[in-house]
Write a protein that binds this ligand. Structure first.
Ligand SMILES: [Zn+2]
Length: 175
């Protein structure tokens, strides 16, 4: 008394092939044949691989961008450093620039009029610094109003204090 159960067939939802029900595999509510399960699995694997490849590509792109950004930063950094060095050199050169010519060399022994002018100028400064009074002698002008190196020329000139506020300075060689 063996009951005979006829084999039941179902249709693969994917390829439409007729397959034994016991061989069908359910996948997401679909009945699939073995081939389609393998194919869909391969497809999934492929999809996963593709996704992974995309993620890797994105990560690579991101890493590459980061490297580029860092390189740019470094370039900017080096450029800034160069600018700073350049500015420093400029500042150094500026601070160490040669002094402009302050005076023209004049041979004073040949030019007593110039000496006299300088002394008159110094006497004027002295007067302003001493309540309008003039000094008793030219020596009092040194060193505040006249440099010591002009002292040798005093003997070539004649200085006379006439009053507290008046003087006469003559160039002896011209008399
Ligand atoms: Zn199939």
């Amino acid at each position: 008394m063996v009951s005979f159960q006829p084999e039941k067939f179902v249709t693969c939802n994917c390829c439409g092939k007729s397959i034994l029900e016991k061989c069908a595999i359910e996948d997401d509510g679909n009945l699939l044949c073995g081939d389609c399960v393998v194919k869909s699995t391969k497809k999934e694997v492929k999809q996963v691989e593709q996704n992974a490849a995309e993620v890797r590509k994105k990560e690579y792109e991101q890493a590459r961008r980061e490297v580029t950004r860092k390189q740019r930063q470094r370039v900017v950094g080096i450029f800034s450093l160069c600018l700073a060095i350049f500015a420093g050199v400029q500042a150094f050169n500026y601070l160490n620039r040669p002094e402009p010519v302050k005076s023209v060399h004049v041979d004073l022994s040949e030019n007593l009029d110039t000496v006299r002018s300088i002394i008159i100028f110094a006497l004027d400064s002295y007067r302003r610094g001493n309540g309008g009074n003039v000094p008793a002698t030219l020596d009092e002008l040194i060193p505040e109003y006249l440099p010591l190196k002009l002292k040798p020329y005093f003997k070539e000139l004649s200085y006379k204090k006439i009053s507290d506020k008046e003087f006469v300075l003559t160039n002896d060689s011209q008399e």
